[in-house]
Design a protein around this ligand. Structure first.
Ligand SMILES: *Cc1c(COP(=O)(O)O)cnc(C)c1O
Length: 382
């Protein structure tokens, strides 16, 4: 216990000041207020406006993707990406039990069921070898990939770049392509993260981002879908805007759509935040470096989670792994008492009542990482 106090003191050294040290607070130090005022002065605060167009252009440029559609949050972005990948009621979608609830919820919104494969111990995201093993239990039929044991059609695969650490996406993509399963990257946590120089989200048919208040850059609430497919980008825009056929005054809708548009006022905030991203990423990388050398020199038994070879993490949330669950529990309690906001990983999905009967492999790493991981304060240091 004595020794864990040393960790908390270190966190207080790198985040000096009074009061609570948050896990991840937003930081506005650019043109946010100017752009918000522009919105208000123009009266274009709602779902159309120049900042929505600019957000889509800027995000496409930043990620190196051909098209981008801004939406109201990351969960709706996942929902639309799954629908446009052809996920139908009764289908199966491969994903991680080790993720935020949004990934599995979006699969459920389509009437599909998540199939949970284990994560990799290094990346903390979907394990390519677990995925390969999963595919051994499938067969190809005329219309796609089927899971033999359950008889379910497997339509899509959604790996998630946990805390900004890129998964082995090239290998995952190779497997998905080979088995005719659509790859969607849940890059909600990984804006500014790269694998071999490619931005996360650009290898899948779709990549999905979230700009919720706790993410690396934020617009209050918002999200985006990126794709290189022009037709799919057009469909995404259409279906997220109530499937309204453009017309100067007629209201005509040609299918069931959704009100998932990103308001101009949120887009304004995002445009300002995106201008700051290089500074934010540099600051977060520095923080990760401070944590890494601290743990390496003073707590070699605790593993600080680092990006792998050929990968660049945005270090959205720094993470450490204890050896035992009891150590994690002791540390969390001690930190919270001292107003240092740390947290455990999400409860794995198959522990939750909605997903307890979902198909899964042994999930050995998922359980182990859940039991021993703690996220540390990771806001931009000012
Ligand atoms: C934040 C997040 C989302 C989307 O969240 P929203 O709050 O709907 O923007 C989706 N998946 C993961 C893994 C996330 O962390």
């Amino acid at each position: 216990m004595e020794s864990y106090n040393r960790i908390i003191d270190f966190i207080k050294e790198i985040y000096p000041g009074e009061g609570v040290i948050p896990l991840h607070a937003p930081h506005f130090f650019g043109k946010e207020k100017d752009y918000l005022n522009e919105c208000i002065d123009s009266t274009f605060v709602s779902s159309v406006g120049p900042f929505v167009d600019r957000m889509e252009r800027d995000l496409a440029t930043y990620t190196g993707s051909r098209f981008c559609v801004a939406v109201v949050n990351g969960t709706s972005a996942l929902h639309i990406a799954l629908l446009l990948s052809g996920v139908k009621r009764g289908d199966g979608v491969i994903t991680q039990a080790f993720s935020f609830i949004a990934t599995s919820n979006a699969i459920s919104y389509c009437g599909a069921q998540p199939f949970f494969v284990d994560i990799d111990e290094q990346t903390l995201g979907m394990s390519a070898s677990a995925l390969e093993h999963f595919f051994e239990g499938t067969e190809q039929r005329e219309d796609g990939c089927y899971h033999v044991e359950s008889g379910k059609k497997i339509t899509a695969c959604v790996p998630m770049h946990s805390f900004g650490m890129p998964v082995d996406i090239l290998e995952i993509k190779r497997l998905c392509d080979h088995h005719r399963v659509v790859l969607i990257e849940d890059a909600a946590e990984s804006i500014g993260s790269y694998h071999q120089g490619r931005h996360t989200g650009t290898l899948g048919k779709f990549g999905v981002f979230s700009f919720n208040g706790n993410k690396t850059i934020t617009c209050g609430g918002g999200g985006a879908i990126i794709t290189d497919d022009e037709e799919l980008a057009r469909s995404a825009k259409h279906i997220t805007t109530q499937a309204k056929v453009p017309h100067p005054y007629e209201f005509y809708h040609d299918e069931i759509g959704f009100n998932y548009r990103c308001p101009n006022i949120n887009a304004a905030l995002l445009c300002a935040q995106l201008e700051l991203i290089e500074q934010i990423l540099m600051n977060k990388r520095e923080t990760a470096g401070l944590y890494r050398s601290f743990f390496e020199s003073e707590f070699p038994a605790i593993r600080f989670v680092s990006e792998g070879v050929d990968k660049k993490s945005n270090y959205w949330l720094n993470a450490i792994l204890f050896q035992e669950e009891a150590q994690r529990e002791n540390f969390i309690q001690l930190a919270i008492q001292q107003k240092v906001m740390v947290r455990p990983a999400w409860r794995p999905m198959h522990h939750l009542p909605m997903f307890q009967n979902a198909w899964r492999d042994g999930l050995v790493n998922t359980e182990k990482v859940y039991q021993t991981l703690v996220n540390l304060p990771s806001s931009v240091r000012v």
